[in-house]
Each structure stands twice: as C-alpha cells, then as structure tokens.
Design a protein around this ligand. Structure first.
Ligand SMILES: Nc1ncnc2c1ncn2[C@@H]1O[C@H](COP(=O)(O)OP(=O)(O)OP(=O)(O)O)[C@@H](O)[C@H]1O
Ligand SMILES: [Mg+2]
Length: 259
C-alpha cells in the first residue's frame, strides 16, 4: 500500500451539540503501518472525533477521506466497517447480558443456512482470537457482565482485532488496565501496526503513547493544534500543546521550561 496517501484523513471537521462546540477544526491524517496517538485534555474532542469517523455522529462540516477517497459524512455507524474501520469506544459498546463470544461477533454474526446463528463457529472464532492475543478471560460463554472492567476492555479490543480492518480506532484502550495488561495491549497494537494497519489510539497515558506511537496529534478545545513525530518531540512539548500554556513550537531538547 502506498504510504503517500493517508489511510484515514480528516480535513476541517466541525461538530456542535446544540450550543456546545465540540469540534471547531480538526485536521488529522493516519497512514497504514503507523500507530498514531490522539491526545488532549478532557473534553478536547477526542471521542467526538472517533465517533465522527465511525458515523455515530455526523460532522457539521469538513471531509473524511479513506485512502484519498471522500467518505460521506452521513455514512452511518454500521457502514463504517464496510469502509474498513474497526473501533473500540471509550464508553464500551459491549452488551453485558451477552457472553464473550456473542459480544465479539456483534455486528458480524456467523451464519449457517443463511439465517441461523452458527454458535459453534462463533465460539471457536472468539476462542481463537483470544488465544492468539493471549487474553485470558475464561470461557467464551461467560457473560460480559461478570468480567472486570479491565477484562471487558480487553474483550472490546479483541473484538476490534477480530474484525481485521485496515483502520483501527481505539479510544482509551488502557484506561481500566493495570501495568501488565497495558503492556499487553501495547503488544497487540504493535502487531496491528506490523500487519500494516493504521492504528489510531486516543490515550491520556503519555508514557504509553511515547512507548507505542509513531506520531502524536494534539487536540485542544476542539482543534487539532499540531502533529509530532514521537522521536522529534518531548513530553514537555506535548503537555504544553495540550494545555496551551507555552507556544507549540518545534521540539528543542535544549530549551527546557520556558518560564
Ligand atoms: N452527545 C453529546 N451531546 C452533547 N455534548 C457532547 C456530546 N458528546 C460530547 N459532547 C461535548 O463535546 C465536547 C468534547 O467531548 P469529547 O467526549 O469528544 O471529549 P474527549 O476529548 O473525548 O474527553 P475525555 O478525555 O474526557 O474522554 C465536550 O464539551 C462534551 O461535553
Ligand atoms: Mg473521550
């Protein structure tokens, strides 16, 4: 795949909820084979950006391009999978009363004889993905409501991996996870990247971001304020871009704190 055309590009995305302007201008581009982190303070518009890409929200203005092709902003949530997008939302979209394998197959249930659910195949596929990802959550027939927050998060990630789409959006994938589980999610992200996918990861955890991302885009108050290569920036610069308390100038490792 050509690395000159972004797998996913947003141009001038705007979104208001009534009188609240959630996004005033978001530009963003992620390429196949990169891990691209989106960071920003609470309410900066990260989750809204993700939901506009997957069609849960419709943008008021701007353009979404997939491999350079414009995507209608009215495309609808179910449709986004057909456009090669898999997502894990911050407000996890798992159904508590359903078991692990049903949750992992949601939106894409295996059928036999056209309309019957293929329960055996669904369980086998779920178990296979969980084994591949080295996720230990017990029996795939366990209702998700019985899992811990961290286990649910890992199941949601496994669900997105199972979809096997070229663009993977993860909104705070490690928020409920301990150190070891976070490292495990980091390895899964690296594998997705090695498989040539564009991995877009919203995270508050700058340590995680600096360890696993290739590039970082910062959102502040509904605007994208800049994108940096991880090797060309510093935590201090990213924090100043997030808070807006210092000019978002190119990284200068010698400069230290400007005040
Ligand atoms: N469905 C909605 N209805 C009304 N306002 C909304 C809705 N979703 C988001 N907002 C508002 O849009 C702004 C951006 O919210 P968003 O959830 O995108 O932020 P975020 O960067 O993901 O924050 P966090 O780090 O806390 O998850 C906030 O002011 C929020 O209150
Ligand atoms: Mg959010």
């Amino acid at each position: 795949m050509s690395a000159t055309v972004p797998a996913l590009e947003l141009r001038g995305i705007q979104k208001s909820f009534g009188s609240v302007s959630a996004l005033s201008h978001v530009d963003f581009a992620a390429y196949a084979g990169e891990v691209h982190a989106i960071v920003g303070d609470n309410g900066a518009g990260k989750s809204t950006t993700i939901k506009i890409v997957t069609g849960i929200h419709r943008g008021d203005a701007g353009e979404i391009l997939i491999n350079g092709e414009p995507l209608a902003l009215r495309h609808g949530a179910a449709d986004s999978q057909d456009h090669g997008i898999a997502a894990v939302y911050q407000d996890l979209a798992l159904v508590e009363c359903l078991d692990i394998s049903s949750n992992m197959a949601l939106g894409n249930l295996p059928r036999k004889f056209r309309f019957l659910l293929d329960r055996g195949r669904m369980d086998r596929e779920a178990a296979k993905v969980l084994v591949e990802l080295k996720v230990r959550v017990g029996d795939v027939k366990t209702p998700v409501g019985l899992l811990s927050g961290g286990q649910r998060q890992v199941v949601a990630i496994a669900r997105a991996v199972r979809m096997d789409k070229p663009i993977v959006l993860l909104d705070e994938p490690t928020a409920a996870l301990g150190v070891q589980e976070s490292a495990h999610v980091g390895r899964i992200i690296n594998e997705l990247k090695s498989a040539g996918k564009a991995v877009i990861c919203v995270s508050h955890d700058l340590e995680f971001v600096f360890k696993h991302a290739d590039r970082i885009t910062v959102l502040r108050l509904g605007r994208s304020v800049g994108t940096r290569q991880v090797q060309d920036t510093s935590r201090d610069e990213i924090i100043s871009m997030i808070t807006g308390l210092a000019p978002a100038s190119p990284a200068d490792p010698e400069s230290g704190d400007p005040r």
